[in-house]
Write a protein that binds this ligand. Structure first.
Ligand code: SF4
Length: 304
């Protein structure tokens, strides 16, 4: 269960692996409006300008939770938009206040990683900022353009390498089903996403994380509106698994340290392992899922 100091504005989102983190508000809402996402639509984006006020929240959380805090997640949608010096100061202060702290992370839009210099990212990593969660969605430039992501395959490849160099862990999220049920577009999405994964591999061995999710058309999103106007037809569960198969099939066999995880509740199959090492096993299991719908997570158990 998450810890907070009681001033977060609902709705609040965080990566599944941050379920036990202290959530500290640094921004409110998100800087972007991707067509498939309605998470922060009810919030007007803003950055908390008063750093002392955020520090006061961190101090208050230490009084409230004592030494229970081991992980901090900076909210909201794209806290990494904040200036690197400010993030560094907040990260340092977090470690001063929480003696057992071992992880500080945030959602980051790729452009806000690229805007920060290598030195600034290194300074942030040295302060103890541990991980960025990056909604990549696709490696295909056309798909990224269509969903209004504001990024390209090159951006993600460059940003991942910048983070590896700085020592900030890279966690990238892809979105299966984003092209709808057009087989050629779906294949392009998968092949280009695999190409991007290959380009994001760190030059030196270190852990990095890739987690595909599956599209769910949520109220308030443009993609649901497109669907209601018959302009977007979602993939079937079989097509989603075929897309996942193509994606994994096109990744390099010798990828190292890539922790691959489809445990998210939106997915039809739960896979977890190291992509290079477990590739054959993943493909075997997906093939079984394509052949036998009974192996798949039932629709009523899927969710965001
Ligand atoms: S997908 Fe990420 S960047 Fe896009 S609107 Fe949603 S939270 Fe913001």
């Amino acid at each position: 269960m998450n810890l907070d100091v009681g001033n977060l504005e609902a709705p609040v989102f965080r990566p599944p692996s941050e379920w036990d983190s202290l959530l500290i508000s640094v921004t409110n809402g998100c800087t972007h409006r991707c067509t498939f996402c309605s998470m922060y639509r009810t919030k007007k984006f803003s950055i908390r300008k008063d750093i002392d006020e955020i520090k006061s929240d961190i101090r208050k959380s230490a009084e409230m939770f004592g030494s229970r805090v081991e992980k901090i997640f900076f909210e909201d949608g794209n806290a990494f938009v904040v200036n690197a010096d400010v993030l560094t100061e907040l990260t340092r202060y977090s470690y001063q206040q929480h003696p057992k702290l071992r992880k500080v992370s945030a959602y980051a839009h790729v452009k806000d990683i690229l805007k920060k210099s290598d030195d600034a990212l290194k300074q942030l990593a040295d302060a103890g900022f541990t991980m960025v969660y990056v909604g990549i969605e696709s490696g295909c430039d056309q798909v990224l353009k269509d969903c209004n992501k504001g990024a390209t395959q090159d951006d993600y490849a460059l940003a991942a390498q910048k983070c590896h160099r700085a020592g900030i862990d890279w966690s990238g999220i892809f979105l299966l089903g984003l092209t709808g049920n057009d087989p050629e577009k779906s294949r392009q999405h998968a092949v280009e996403s695999a190409k991007l994964i290959n380009r994001m591999a760190p030059p030196q061995p270190r852990k990095w994380y890739i987690s595909p999710l599956t599209l769910e058309m949520t109220p308030g999103s443009e993609i649901l509106a497109q669907n209601l106007e018959n302009k977007f037809q979602p993939c079937s569960s079989t097509q989603i698994l075929e897309e996942l198969y193509t994606l994994i099939h096109h990744t390099d066999d010798d990828l190292q340290g890539c922790i691959f995880n489809t445990n998210h509740a939106s997915n039809y199959l739960s896979l977890k392992g190291e992509l290079g090492r477990d590739k054959k096993d993943f493909l075997y299991r997906i093939e079984a899922g394509i052949k036998d719908p009974a192996v798949r997570r039932p629709e009523y158990m899927r969710g965001l």
